[in-house]
Design a protein around this ligand. Structure first.
Ligand SMILES: Cc1cc2nc3c(=O)[nH]c(=O)nc-3n(C[C@H](O)[C@H](O)[C@H](O)COP(=O)(O)O)c2cc1C
Length: 299
């Protein structure tokens, strides 16, 4: 690992080393507002010397949260709470990023320690939306297929959350297009069976993500790096593939993306993933060999 402890500059931001803390949902917020738990979780790693911290998948709208405990960035109270955490992390020399996401058909689920099911209406459950009315798993509610106006609202919500994120001090924005959540569910033919301009061909399935990238890039400063996290393969025949990920990454690079954060899976339940130490490492290596993008610093 000859480069691990050397700085990496992306646009105007310099990471003090290439150790990154991956976004990790804590399921511990109230009304999307991060609290002392999130402060301790993120501040500890900043003090520990990590170069880049990416805060957990943070909903761009209330129904974009995976669980009722997920963080958000759609209002001022959330932005204010994030500001204190971000200021502390930056003061410790870490670069502070946030992963903006929308849970799509995986929204409104119980916290992991409560079981695996949709939240009932009485428990505060909310509507889930997706490219098509296809449930992720039998235990989860069937999402409502998104209309054109849903699509426009979600694009606007991503841009608004990115604007808030930069204003409160986040230095890097990552768009969550992995793990079966909304943006990934548009990419994968397993979950996207639309017959309009957002489904079918590769160009159509990638349209929503490309439009969000364009809108977000337009509202954040040129100096701010923009990352996209992709599930680079669904590990399933008929699903999203590594070759499609590489083709999409090329297009996103032209739209101003600075890094592809390579992950995999999450589009379908019970998929057999060849798990072993460093299972996912060949994915970024195959990206690195075919694209002029830096390799991701995180896991
Ligand atoms: C508790 C927990 C929460 C996670 N939350 C997120 C998340 O919010 N967004 C995301 O893209 N990945 C999430 N992940 C995946 C991690 O970011 C990471 O990619 C994964 O744990 C693999 O890295 P590792 O092998 O170092 O654990 C989560 C993982 C864990 C264990």
């Amino acid at each position: 690992m000859p480069h691990l402890f050397t700085p990496l500059t992306l646009r105007s931001v310099t990471l003090r080393n290439r150790i990154g803390m991956s976004p990790m949902c804590q399921y511990s917020a109230t009304d999307g507002v991060p609290n002392e738990w999130h402060f301790a979780h993120l501040a500890a790693r900043a003090v520990g010397g990590v170069g880049l911290i990416i805060a957990e998948a943070t909903g761009v709208e209330a129904q974009g949260r995976i669980t009722l405990g997920c963080t958000g960035l759609w209002n001022d109270a959330q932005a204010e709470a994030w500001q204190r955490i971000v200021a502390f992390g930056r003061a410790q020399g870490a670069v502070m990023g946030v992963q903006l996401g929308h849970a799509g058909r995986k929204a409104s689920t119980l916290k992991p320690w409560e079981g695996y099911a949709s939240i009932s209406h009485e428990q505060g459950g909310y509507e889930s939306i997706g490219p098509s009315a296809l449930a992720f798993a039998p235990a989860l509610a069937t999402p409502r297929a998104m209309t054109q106006s849903d699509i426009e609202r979600v694009i606007t919500a991503f841009a608004a959350a990115a604007t808030r994120a930069v204003a409160l001090g986040f230095q890097i924005i990552e768009l969550h297009a992995a793990h079966g959540y909304l943006l990934h569910s548009f990419l994968s033919p397993l979950s996207n069976q639309r017959s309009d301009a957002y489904g079918g061909s590769f160009d159509n399935r990638t349209r929503l993500l490309r439009e969000i990238v364009q809108h977000v890039r337009r509202v954040i400063p040129d100096a701010t790096p923009l990352f996209v996290r992709l599930s680079c393969t669904d590990w399933l025949n008929g699903g999203w593939t590594l070759d499609e990920s590489i083709a999409l990454a090329r297009q996103l690079q032209a739209e101003g993306i600075d890094l592809i954060d390579c992950s995999s899976g999450g589009a379908a339940p019970n998929v057999s993933i060849p798990l072993a130490p460093a299972t996912k490492c060949p994915l970024p290596r195959r990206f690195g060999a075919r694209l002029a993008l830096p390799l991701p610093p995180s896991g």
